[in-house]
Design a binder for this molecule. Structure first.
Ligand SMILES: [Zn+2]
Length: 125
């Protein structure tokens, strides 16, 4: 898809809506490979020069998401990619698979997820 100001605005609006539903802090969004390459290296470490290969990349440690608008063919794939990346943010421990895909489908349908709570590594009695 071609990134123009209208599309950029609609992507950022969608990210805002889904971030609220998923109870996550709205991530910083990069919309072109140039923005990925311009971002501080420590933020995009691991998926920097390879980011162009993917529809989207989540940089979980930095609450940063790359949406590869130019590679994305249509509106439906775009929405899918946004929700996919934000599900990574909400469920950081979860790998790709059936459960992950189910959560993406639920997210696309408008499901609200309560905030993620890290389990304490220690327990006291
Ligand atoms: Zn993924």
């Amino acid at each position: 898809m071609k990134l123009d100001p209208d599309l950029k605005l609609s992507i950022l609006e969608k990210v805002g809506v889904y971030s609220t539903r998923f109870s996550i802090t709205e991530p910083q969004i990069l919309l072109s490979t140039k923005e990925v390459l311009d971002a501080p290296k420590e933020m995009t470490e691991g998926r920097r020069t390879s980011a162009y290969k993917y529809y989207g990349v989540s940089y979980l440690q930095h609450n940063l998401v790359f949406i590869n608008v130019r590679k994305i063919p249509d509106e439906k794939t775009l929405e899918n990619t946004i929700v996919h990346e934000l599900i990574h943010m909400r469920f950081p421990y979860l790998a790709h698979g059936k459960r992950f895909n189910k959560l993406v489908r639920q997210g696309l349908k408008g499901k609200v997820f309560p905030p993620y709570r890290k389990r304490s590594k220690t327990a006291a009695i």
